[in-house]
Design a protein around this ligand. Sequence first.
Ligand code: TXA
Ligand code: MG
Length: 337
Amino acid sequence: MDQHPEILDGYKPASVERAVAALRAGDVVAFPTETVYGLGADALNSSGVAKIFEMKKRPRFDPLIVHIGQKEWLSSFTKEVPPEAQKLIDRFWPGPLTIILEKQPAISDLVTAGLRTVAIRMPSHPVALNLINSLGKPIAAPSANPFGYMSATRAAHVARMFENKLSFVLDGGPCSFGLESTIVAIKDRQVFVRRYGAVSLEDLRDLVGEVHEKMKHGTVDSPGQLPYHYAPHRPLVIIETPDEVKSSASSVLLFRTPSKMPVSKRMRILSPHGDLREAAANFFSYLIELDREDVDIIYAEQIPEIGLGKAMMERLKKAEKKAFRQPVDNVRNPVVS
Ligand code: TXA
Ligand code: MG
């Protein structure tokens, strides 16, 4: 019997040809990027884009990121590119930075959920670039996960999450960054972070100087950002040290190797020596592996909130909030993606 979805080697030309044919026919394909796997459709094909929303069970008012294959494509899909945006593009593209810019009419309201702006990035993963350039058109893609769950960073995890709902997944190996792209917007020549992600605040500040953080008085500006995002099914609790593990019917996500191992059913160490990039690359895949029916609770050790640690801690805090249904104040758009 056929396995659905099939996992195809994304480095084989025949797999990419199949994916391009599916995209041309208005279908959805899962493909790797350097951040997380994406669930893509031809960005200029409305019925393909509509299928993404159905498959993810994602609200129509939560816009998608448009992935381009070459920097030169930008002018066909966006209006003015402010100098700050150009600087970010020169430094971080291809790569894990998404920039919100004024859109051209070629990008439909379905993709942008009616906004005047479009979120756009040029990924660096060779399979993603090959796919987009072989199609010759941009690909609209959210992260390949059911709405509200954690993003997939392995082809096998995508296959598990979309069992029988997707024909195939292009396998490009484990995602090297493992966290979603950082999203920025530029207003009045100022750079604002809309989502913490695979490019750290420190790296942004090194390039452009001041960077404003997205949260102000608990509000957010990206429609998809909040409040119960990225959450496992099991309740998750953040602990300061491994000594706080009380239940052995638990799974434990440790940042680094502790002096004394806690007792639990399952354990993953993000980075034995505490390297934040290594930890980020393992982050979602380990959490997905720890989110099993036979555990009562997931304990997650806190991660230093510097560099990529900030993005990981933000996701852990959201997961903890979901578990305990803490009310989040001032949520303008109670949406997750
Ligand atoms: O790393 C990534 O960014 C991955 C890979 C596949 O590229 N994609 C991803 O997409 O994380 P998604 O849909 O899961 O998250 C995109 C976020 C959502 O929170 C959405 O609300 C926000 O981007 N967004 C999209 N267009 C926007 C716009 N025009 N203005 C503000 N926020 C926007
Ligand atoms: Mg997402």
